[in-house]
Ligand binder design. Structure first.
Ligand code: GDP
Length: 434
C-alpha cells in the first residue's frame, strides 16, 4: 500500500511538504502533475491539478526518489506546496482518491525505513528525539544517535558475542571427545570483560536519558521568600501566581527553559513550613519528592527575614543545593557565599542563571553518556545478566544458551532480530507524516 501525509507542521505556513511512499508514488506524481516523472532527486516546478476534475491545485516544487535510494527505501514523491490550509487539503484529498493510496499512520515513513533496512531502530528513535529536541544539547545527542552512534556500540558488542558463540559451538561439537583444555575458562574471562564494559556504559546515572528528557531544577524554601517571583523572573513571564498572602503556591508550577543549551524544567514548589492545612501538606509532600529527584535544588532564603527563612529551609540544605538570598533590595543577606538576588529589581538574576549553567555543565563534564532511552537500558541490562550467567555457567551448552539470549537482547535494540513486537511501542509516539 502506498502512504501519503503532510510531513510539515499542520496550520498556515509559507511552504508545506506532502510526502508519498510506496509502489504507487510514481503514478501519484504523474497523476497530479499530468506529466512524466521529473528526473530523480532533482527539484522540478510543476503545476498540480486534481486528476478527478482537472482543477488547478497549486504551482509546486516536486521531487521524485526512485526506490531503494529513498528515505523509506520505497519509491517516494514529495510535493512542496504553498502552505495554505486549502492548498494542503486539496492536494491531500486528490491523493486520497487515487488507487492504492491511503493516509499514513503515525511514524509510518520512518517505520518503513527501518523495515527496509535504511536505518536501525536506535536511529529511528533518534529521529523522533531530533524532532522533539528544543535545545542545543538535546540536538547534539539526538544527531549523534541518528548518525548511528548507539547502533555502532551495540552492534560491536553483539559481534563480540557472536564470535564467542561461534567458538563455543565449535567446542560443543567436540564434547563427545575431550573439550579443548582451558577453552571455556579462557572464554569466561572474555565474557566477564564484555559484561563489565556494558555495565560501565549503564553506570552513567541516567545522564543521557535525563539530558534527552530535560533536567529538573527545583526551587525550595519557606513561604513568601519569593519562589514564585523567582520562577517568573527566570521564565520572564507570569507562570506562577505571586501573592502577598503566604501559601498560595499549593501545587507545583513548571516552566521549561533553555539554560546553556540544556532543557531545564524549573519547578516552583509549595512553601515548606510546619502546621499548614491539608492541601498545603500535600503540596509539601510533593515538593519533598520533587526535591529528591531534582538534578539541582535552589534553596531560596529571604534576606529581610534571614533567620526565619534559614530555619525553615535548613532541612533542605545539602551540599549540592544552590543557596540563594532573595529581596536584597530590602536587606543585605547575612550568609557568606550565598548568591544575592532581588526578584523585584532583577539584581543578581543574570549571575544566578550563570551559576545554574555552571553547575549543570559541571555535572555533565565527566565521562561518556550511557543509553538515552529506557528501552536501551532494559535491553542492555538483560544482556549483561545473561552474559554474567554465561560466564559462570561452567558448562559449554549452558553458556551457549545464555550467550544466545544476550545476543538477542542486543539485537533487539537495533532491530536486527524479531522486532515486530516492539515496533508499535516505538512508533506510536511519532506524529503522522514523519
Ligand atoms: P513564595 O511564597 O515563596 O512563592 O513567594 P512569592 O513569590 O509569592 O513572593 C512573596 C512576596 O514577596 C510577594 O509579595 C512578592 O512581591 C515579594 N517579593 C518577592 N521577591 C521580592 C524581592 O526581591 N524584593 C521585595 N521587596 N519583595 C519581593
Amino acid at each position: 500500500m502506498t502512504i501519503f501525509a503532510l510531513s510539515s507542521a499542520p496550520g498556515r505556513a509559507a511552504v508545506a511538504v506532502i510526502r508519498v511512499s510506496g509502489p504507487a508514488a510514481g503514478d501519484a506524481l504523474k497523476a497530479l502533475t499530468a506529466r512524466a516523472l521529473p528526473p530523480p532527486r532533482q527539484a522540478a516546478l510543476r503545476r498540480l491539478v486534481d486528476p478527478a476534475d482537472g482543477r488547478m491545485l497549486d504551482d509546486a516544487l516536486v521531487l521524485w526518489f526512485a526506490g531503494p535510494r529513498s528515505e523509506t527505501g520505497e519509491d517516494m514523491a514529495e510535493f512542496q506546496v504553498h502552505g495554505g490550509r486549502a492548498v494542503v487539503a486539496g492536494v491531500l484529498a486528490a491523493l486520497a482518491r487515487l488507487p492504492g493510496l491511503r493516509p499514513a499512520e503515525p511514524g509510518e515513513f520512518t517505520r518503513r525505513a527501518v523495515a527496509n533496512g535504511r536505518i536501525d531502530l536506535t536511529a529511528a528513535e533518534a529521529i523522533g528525539d531530533l524532532v522533539d529536541a528544543d535545545t542545543q544539547r538535546q540536538h547534539e545527542q539526538a544527531l549523534a544517535e541518528a548518525g548511528g552512534a548507539a547502533a555502532r556500540r551495540y552492534d560491536a558488542w553483539r559481534e563480540t558475542l557472536i564470535g564467542l558463540m561461534a567458538r563455543l559451538e565449535a567446542a560443543i561439537d567436540f564434547s563427545d571427545e575431550d573439550l579443548p583444555a582451558g577453552l571455556l575458562s579462557g572464554m569466561e574471562e572474555e565474557m566477564s570483560a564484555l559484561a563489565a564494559a556494558m555495565r560501565g556504559h549503564l553506570e552513567d546515572d541516567g545522564r543521557a536519558e535525563r539530558l534527552r528528557r530535560g533536567l529538573r531544577v527545583v526551587i525550595l524554601g519557606a513561604p513568601n521568600v519569593g519562589k514564585s517571583s523567582l520562577l517568573n523572573r527566570l521564565a520572564r513571564r507570569e507562570a506562577a501566581i505571586v501573592a502577598e498572602e503566604a501559601g498560595t503556591t499549593r501545587d507545583i508550577v513548571e516552566v521549561t527553559l533553555d539554560i546553556a543549551g540544556f532543557a531545564v524544567t524549573l519547578c516552583d514548589t509549595a512553601g515548606l513550613r510546619e502546621g499548614a492545612g491539608a492541601i498545603e501538606a500535600e503540596g509539601m509532600r510533593r515538593a519533598r519528592l520533587l526535591a529528591q529527584e531534582a538534578d539541582l535544588r535552589l534553596v531560596l532564603l529571604d534576606a529581610s527575614c534571614w533567620r526565619e527563612s534559614l530555619a525553615a529551609a535548613g532541612v533542605l540544605m545539602d551540599s549540592q543545593a544552590l543557596v540563594v538570598a532573595n529581596k536584597v533590595d530590602l536587606a543585605t543577606p547575612s550568609g557568606h557565599g550565598v548568591l544575592a538576588v532581588s526578584c523585584s529589581t532583577g539584581e543578581g538574576i543574570d549571575r544566578l542563571v550563570g551559576e545554574i549553567a555552571r553547575r549543570l555543565e559541571a555535572m555533565w563534564q565527566p565521562g561518556p553518556a550511557g543509553p538515552s532511552h529506557a528501552r536501551h537500558r532494559a535491553g542492555l541490562e538483560q544482556a549483561v545478566s545473561a552474559l554474567q550467567r554465561a560466564a559462570g555457567a561452567g558448562e559449554a551448552a549452558l553458556a551457549a544458551e545464555d550467550l544466545r539470549l544476550a545476543a538477542t537482547a542486543l539485537g533487539r535494540l537495533t532491530g536486527r532480530v524479531d522486532v515486530e513486537d516492539i515496533l508499535d511501542a516505538i512508533f506510536s509516539r511519532f506524529c503522522i507524516g514523519k
